[in-house]
Design a protein around this ligand. Structure first.
Ligand code: NAD
Length: 524
């Protein structure tokens, strides 16, 4: 079937009936949820990846990637309002409105969203985290998902190809397009007339039409926009919510020609979310970068304001709460730094090509620098607290609570916690780590000599200090008193996530430090 020349209706029907198979190239955090969601709608999907070990896990029905999603709340309604912290659309279940990412209740006051208390839904979350595996097992059992390392062969059998490989930065913080190049070569070798190729990875402006388009043409002898379709449809989900956001977020499409745009739109219309067409891949490629740069810069602003608050002796969270009286402003929550795969590298995908063309951005690298320095700041708070408590770091047991870079995900990529752990180990601390979602064999923990606690209570037993670094739901229920009960020897708590009430923590007998928590508020 010639996908490019088909009508949108035939394409959509062809996908959900399995007549137009789809190859997903790169079965990671973006590719896997897309593959499973399509397979669940009846599509025949080839899940292609070069990582045999990872594919074997998937073949066995195990998903190394954990998410929670809306399917947990089947009767929920997605509201137009977004969470001021996460940017995720607010859900309404019965009379309850809340953010499904940070799981905080949300009040909608005169059109703007105010976050209130944390929802203590550990059970709901743990059920939800199985969703990826439920979908995976279903897709394998139905035969809708075929997992393979042979991308070219899969492409030969498909009408659509979606490239979702990683686009990292190298050790010099320059964009590394090697995965995109090798994936494009493999796709090109299997490409036929009438196929439609969609780049979903985050790339530098011009990559889809330039680098990818020319490799596909060289390998196949076909011409983009004439013989095969080519488009960029960026993934804009935040980590941990791809399954949910595939069904709720609108999609932006930038294609090399009208037929490619129409075909790409028809593919994503199976999710019944709005699709918007823009003037070529370079617009959507750059727009995707803007979205993540915007967030990185805004987090840097929040972190900078937090540091200023510490200097002048005021509690940043109280100030942010006060600013929310003005709905025009949305200052994000400061924390231990920025982690994850995207925000830590995406600005370099604009900085590098812009610099090459003669404009060297200043704010973008500065935002990166501010955010990158936050783990060291957390460590400085810890040293300060140790001084106040009259204890030395060397040999002291320190509980690191939270290894994932953000709450309710198992993703440890570029996590600020890793930088803090490294500093603690360098200083000779006896480190015990806890994370309810990160697996025992997480590759990023392999290099560290740390003990692993199975529960919060176990991590605090024998600890002199505790660092709250990830805003997992499990930690949101903690108080200074409950921590002290679990670890009677606990003297110090560093709260990088604004989980504890500082007054309560101090009255429980703890030396408290929090990111942005001004010194003047401290007793004495
Ligand atoms: N993680 C997110 O939530 C997110 C959100 C928006 C956009 N993105 C973007 O999406 C892209 C993918 O991100 P990710 O988080 O899924 O990365 P990932 O590292 O989780 O997955 C990428 C996968 O591609 C595979 N791969 C690499 N080279 C390959 C090749 N030549 N052939 C086949 N497979 C190959 C890897 O083995 C890996 O499994 C990136 O450009 C990223 O910036 C990610």
């Amino acid at each position: 079937m010639n996908t490019l020349e088909s009508t949108p209706l035939r394409i959509t029907k062809g996908i959900t009936s399995g007549k137009i198979p789809v190859s997903i190239v790169g079965m990671g955090h973006v590719g896997l949820p897309l593959a499973l969601s399509l397979a669940d709608l009846g599509a025949k999907v080839f899940g292609c990846d070069k990582d045999e070990r990872f594919l074997n896990e998937l073949r066995a029905g195990r998903s190394p990637i954990v998410e929670h999603s809306k399917n947990l709340f089947p009767s929920s309604k997605v509201l137009a309002h977004a969470c001021p912290n996460c940017g995720v659309r607010i859900l309404k279940v019965g009379t309850e409105t809340f953010c499904p990412s940070c799981m905080r209740k949300a009040q909608i006051v005169e059109g703007s969203v105010r976050l209130t208390i944390q929802m203590h839904t550990v059970r709901m979350r743990s059920e939800a985290s199985q969703e990826m595996e439920i979908l995976l097992k279903r897709a394998l059992a139905s035969g809708n998902l075929t997992i393979t390392t042979d991308t070219s062969d899969a492409v030969r059998k498909s009408g659509f190809v979606v490239i979702t490989v990683g686009t990292p930065i190298d050790k010099n913080r320059q964009p590394d397009a090697s995965a995109m190049i090798s994936a494009s070569k493999a796709v090109g070798r299997g490409l036929k007339k009438g196929d439609v190729v969609i780049v979903r990875s985050t790339v530098s402006p011009g990559t889809t039409e330039g680098l990818v388009g020319s490799i596909l043409s060289e390998e196949s002898g076909l011409v983009a926009g004439k013989d095969f379709g080519l488009a960029h449809v960026p993934e804009t989900t935040i980590e941990g919510l791809a399954l949910f956001e595939l069904k709720t977020l609108s999609k932006m499409i930038g294609a090399v020609d009208k037929r490619s745009a129409r075909a790409a739109a028809a593919l994503f219309e199976v999710f019944k979310t709005p699709v918007y067409l823009f003037d070529g891949p370079i617009i959507t490629e750059t727009a995707k970068l803007f979205l993540n740069i915007y967030r990185d810069v805004n987090i840097a602003l929040a972190n900078e304001l937090a540091l200023a608050c510490e200097a002048v002796g005021v509690d940043v969270m109280k100030v942010i709460e006060a600013t929310r009286a003005d709905p025009k402003t949305n200052i994000l929550t400061p924390g231990p730094g920025v982690g994850g795969y995207c925000l830590t590298k995406d600005s370099f995908y604009l900085t590098q090509p812009a610099s090459e063309k003669g404009f060297v951005p200043r704010l973008l690298p500065l935002a990166r620098e501010i955010n990158d320095l936050m783990p060291s700041h957390v460590y400085t708070l810890l040293l300060d607290a140790f001084r106040e408590a009259g204890v030395g770091v060397k040999g002291s047991r320190v509980a690191v609570m939270g290894i994932a870079f953000k709450g309710n995900t198992s993703d440890t990529r570029e996590s600020p916690s890793l930088a803090v752990i490294r500093q603690l180990l360098d200083e000779g601390a006896d480190v015990v780590v806890h994370d309810p979602l990160v697996k025992e064999d997480d590759p990023r923990l392999r290099d560290f000599k740390v003990a692993r606690a199975g529960t919060v209570q176990e991590s605090l037993k024998g600890a002199v200090a505790a660092l709250l670094l990830t805003d997992h739901l499990e930690y949101r229920v903690l108080t200074g008193a409950s921590m002290k009960k679990a670890g009677p020897g606990l003297r110090i708590v560093i709260d990088a996530r604004h989980i504890l009430d500082p007054v309560e923590a101090r009255s429980a007998g703890l030396v408290y430090r929090g990111v942005g928590h001004g010194v003047a508020d401290r007793p004495g």
